[in-house]
Design a protein around this ligand. Structure first.
Ligand code: B12
Ligand code: SF4
Length: 510
């Protein structure tokens, strides 16, 4: 009988990984039972074993822009072994023609794989797959629960559960609102809580909510619907908001050693009731896209709903006051950035009581407004690297790929790269991390905090920003070592008898 394989490509394997790539376990559920359990390969943990692929097997490869090139190499290798090759994921959705040219694909799935994957398998095994399948945007209630029973033991620190897909905003560097849509699709409370219960039964205490934006309805959205006397929309928004509270209320009834982390806009700080509900639900950390500390920078990225300067500091502090730790995400390389931006940003991150921070280089990801503008100009310039046009930067081998793409009006690209490295080095210096570790109480917890901060820095800073390959390899080694040391800190005692908490009879929100 042919077997089904699901592969998450990566050029770096760490032996352990921080977060489970959720798509692998959702597609495993979508595979159904007819072909047996799929073989799951996450190359961030260990590389694929090509000998496990036989002629007639079906191999599903999920790609985002950063790992598309590695995905294509795998596609070619497994096709050579006689397997059916199918690509999916955000990058394949944006460029459905590319996987057949570069990755030897038989088929590509655009959009969500939940409902369509089983048909793709059937078609491959019957010998006539279509070139492109439209998976569409599956409704919230149709999202499949992940097959956590297939999770390998002791490999991941955090599991990932999705509660909402889509985001109403339209930031210029982000493709989510275009691919996942601007209408949030929320999963039902029972489904989300059911998965969390299953994960806690298995010993997972740390769960990342793989959401685009956990606060999909703002006060401004409600006010706008009221102003327009759009009752239907108002009820829709209120129902969505109420469901968020109902979810958090149910999560708050789960064992108190659970910790959740999500992604949210800073608008959530307008609503202390929401933040308090997050705290009760133990959603203790959130990635907040701060992006820039200046008004001009926010204009550059179409993020006018964010604040700048002192107002920004005050707003970010609100999260911490309500018990939610912020991982602030900043972008460097914006047109309005100057040589002073790097230090000013780190200073602000410290003043705003951020527990973690990431400093990313402006990257024109396909599907974004930034990409369209940049690609049009870049096409005129016609830059090539190793025979690949820069407008297809993801096809350039990783070690040859530029770290920055957009020419800057006042700084050289090297100045931006060095400034960004300096920001990481400063924010994650031993003294600074030790001082921040005061957010937890026991010595053991402080040591864990330090290790996790260092792990985060090694995995996401040096391997992404450094141009020197020795530094990249040293960082990867460090990350492997810290990853193994840290993993134990995340594991809880399994609770096989944990029951689903009952829904409350009271409304979750007044
Ligand atoms: C959670 C998350 C993370 C987490 C966890 C990553 C992980 N290990 O899973 C963290 C915080 C670590 C992270 C990091 C990064 N992320 Co991220 N992340 C997300 C987020 C919010 C959700 C992903 C998720 O789990 N969704 C739930 C699953 C079920 O959905 P899915 O992956 O889309 O899969 C569905 C379909 O795409 C399809 N599908 C997927 N694969 C396949 C394969 C086959 C064969 C088929 C048939 C179908 C199929 O079916 C699935 C089920 O419907 C997405 C946003 C988004 N909407 O996708 C960004 C997103 C994927 N991330 C993005 C980026 C840029 C990054 C970083 C590069 C950020 C940075 N600068 O450091 C890093 C890269 C890390 C890495 N090397 O992988 C971008 C990618 C853009 C692009 N064009 O590639 C996204 C889209 C966000 C954005 N703002 O644009 N990320
Ligand atoms: S960056 Fe965040 S807030 Fe902006 S569109 Fe993307 S998901 Fe939404």
């Amino acid at each position: 009988m042919p077997r089904i394989h699901l592969v998450n490509p990566s050029t770096q394997s760490f032996g352990v990984a921080v977060i489970t790539p959720r798509w692998l376990y959702v597609l495993a559920a979508a595979t159904g039972s007819r072909w047996g359990d799929p073989q799951i390969v996450d190359e961030t943990v260990e590389p694929i074993d090509l000998d496990a692929i036989s002629p007639g097997d079906v191999v599903g490869i999920g790609i985002h822009t950063g790992n598309a090139l590695r995905g294509y190499a795998i596609g070619r290798d497994v096709r050579e072994r006689g397997a059916w090759v199918v690509f999916g994921g955000i990058h394949a959705t944006l460029f459905p023609d590319e996987p057949s040219v570069h990755g030897a694909a038989h088929a590509v799935v655009r959009g969500d794989g939940d409902l369509i994957w089983s048909r793709v398998i059937e078609d491959c095994i019957a010998g006539h797959p279509a070139a492109v399948y439209e998976g569409g945007r599956v409704a919230g209630e149709q999202f499949l629960d992940a097959r956590w029973d297939l999770l390998p033991e002791k490999r991941y620190m955090w599991a990932s559960v999705q509660t909402v897909r889509g985001c109403p905003k339209h930031c210029s560097f982000c493709s989510v609102w275009r691919t996942d849509g601007q209408e949030p699709r929320q999963r039902g409370v029972d489904r989300v809580v059911g998965e969390v219960v299953e994960l806690r039964r298995r010993g997972f205490r740390f769960i990342a909510l793989a959401d685009d934006n956990f606060y999909p309805v703002t006060f401004a959205d409600l006010a706008q619907a009221r102003r327009r006397a759009d009752t239907a929309r108002l009820h829709e928004l209120e129902a969505m908001r109420e469901e968020r509270f109902a979810l958090m209320e149910r999560l708050s009834k789960l064992p108190d050693d659970l910790v959740f982390y999500t992604q949210i806009t800073m608008e959530a700080a307008e609503d202390p009731e929401f933040l308090d509900a997050m705290k009760r639900a133990r959603i203790l950390g959130a990635l907040v896209g701060v992006e820039s500390v200046t008004r001009d920078g926010l204009k550059d990225v179409y993020k006018g709903f964010n604040l700048a300067g002192d107002e920004l500091i005050a707003r970010l502090r609100v999260f911490r006051r309500h018990g939610v730790h912020v991982l602030g995400s900043f972008i460097f390389g914006l047109n309005s950035d100057t040589k002073d931006t790097f230090d000013a940003t780190v200073t602000l991150a410290e003043q705003a009581d951020l527990t973690f921070a990431q400093f990313v280089l402006l990257t024109p990801f396909p599907g974004t407004v930034d990409f369209e503008k940049w690609a049009a100009e870049e096409q005129r310039r016609g830059t090539m690297v190793d025979g690949v046009p820069l407008t297809q930067h993801w096809l350039i081998p990783e070690h040859r790929r530029p770290r920055l793409y957009t020419p800057h009006p006042t700084m050289s690209l090297e100045e931006i790269r060095v400034g960004t490295q300096r920001a990481w080095d400063h924010f994650y210096g031993w003294r600074q991390v030790w001082a921040r570790s005061r957010v937890v109480e026991s010595l053991r917890a402080r040591v864990a905090f330090v290790l996790i901060s260092k792990l985060y820095r090694q995995m996401y800073a040096n391997t992404g920003i450094a141009t020197d390959s020795a530094r990249v390899e040293r960082s990867a080694q460090w990350a492997r070592w810290i990853g193994h040391a840290c993993r134990r800190l995340f594991i809880g005692k399994p609770m096989p008898d944990l029951a689903m908490p009952a829904p409350s009879l009271e409304p979750a929100i007044d």
